[in-house]
Write a protein that binds this ligand. Sequence first.
Ligand code: BG6
Length: 520
Amino acid sequence: MDKFAMIIFGASGDLTKRKLMPALYSLYRDKRLTGAFSILGIARTAYSDEEFRSYILKELQHFVKAEDRDEEIMNSFVSHLYYLPMDPAKPDGYATLRERLEKLTHDEQPDNLLYYLATPPSLYGLVPLHLKEAGLNTSGSRIIIEKPFGYDLESARELNRIYTSVFEERQIYRIDHFLGKETAQNLLAFRFANGIFEPLWNRNYIDYVEVTAVENLGIEDRGGFYETTGALRDMVQNHLIQLVALTAMEPPAIFNADNFRNEVVKVYDSLMPLDDVDLNEHIVRGQYTASGDKKGYREEKGVAPESRTETYIAMKLGISNWRWSGVPFYIRTGKQMPTKVTEIVVHFRETPHQMFRCADGNCPRANKLILRLQPNEGIVLKIGMKVPGAGFEVRQVMMDFSYDQLGGVPSGDAYARLIDDCIQGDPTLFTRSDAVEASWKFFDPILKYWNQNHDAPLYGYPAGTWGPLESEAMMHEHQTFSLLMSSPLNLESEAMMHEHGAEWTNPCKNLTNTDQYCEL
Ligand code: BG6
């Protein structure tokens, strides 16, 4: 590897300890980080180098899986860490940063200099300008910016203007860690490295598609951040829409960063704009309320008692192009759901005629393909099979591929993969400026609508349940989906659910007047 130095802004924060340091440690352990590299942490907390190293060492014990921990390697890894206490919002510290960097690299320009912005989004516009003033935007540098990139279309455009005035597009890496997940990438291999699926992958054979990313945790201690973010900005405008793009995109003729990202932008440009009627009919937003020993969102630290920030969102999207016209894409995400799972489910059209009886009332007329991103990464195809013995009863069974069969999922997580790509200068799995803007262009009217209509519906759902019942109405035309929405079967991974001990409980379900109960 060329001489490498990395500067992390926001080094005392949550992301650094939870994700970045474990990822960098795993790259180091796998010998992807070698030589005399340095990682310089920057934040306002007053650590010395030694204090920062012991802090990170302690957090690594916590955030690296037991089987991946190696004391000796960890100690050796943290010896590459350094720390500079400074306020990244203020320009004065950047001259010191420059000197510190020169000292660490013995006055030689590192060939490979990586800035990582793990700061609150309010600093995204300031740091690059200060770097430029201090002459730190060298041609060998790259910058990774966390999501959300922008708060709406206008602020995303403004950020793009700032970044492109400081760096070239090839130096700007807008990270979306969902693209670092194995199964997200495998979706491309599944679609484009096999001849049998692509001919079916269109409106003639696919009835609808579901993209789900739900979590069984609340907002943890991120009240301040989440209040101004909400589920749409936190999960939908980036992670979920990326998964839609991978599912819906056309195959690039040659797989490279430009071609791949061109196809992603084409999907965003084809999203059917939502008008005001659709906004109410095609979007359900919710907020978790207290249930059992779980706090409600409004009771969380840093959250306003009357907050109308959504912690759940379900949407129906349409893609108007030759391949997908008329095929709904249902996406949903939520905090405080019964389990954590991320899946894409492709529902194929039913057989035109039903010849066989169904076993246990479970009529397998439509095949489903489930791409599970987490947990237990894998792919499941649901097909109908004859029940052994007399008669001709058919039952749905699963053809199940689990990633473990390929020798296990690489231990480094999505962040390790993406940081490694950035170090190697491969931007394929990072979001380009036009993609960010195209995505915001679609979502911006929704945010504006909510801002202008304070009484736009926001439904409560008890923490630990599957979200507002109103989502079911939206899915009405897809009876299966509506059933699926209200039971763990919607995630298509019954086996997995049982494995994880998930249980379906939806107190809302038993209420006769859901409005009274559910509308916030
Ligand atoms: C982050 C969001 O980008 O993704 C979090 O800010 C969310 O709110 C997380 O919990 C989910 O990522 P993963 O990889 O744990 O599914």
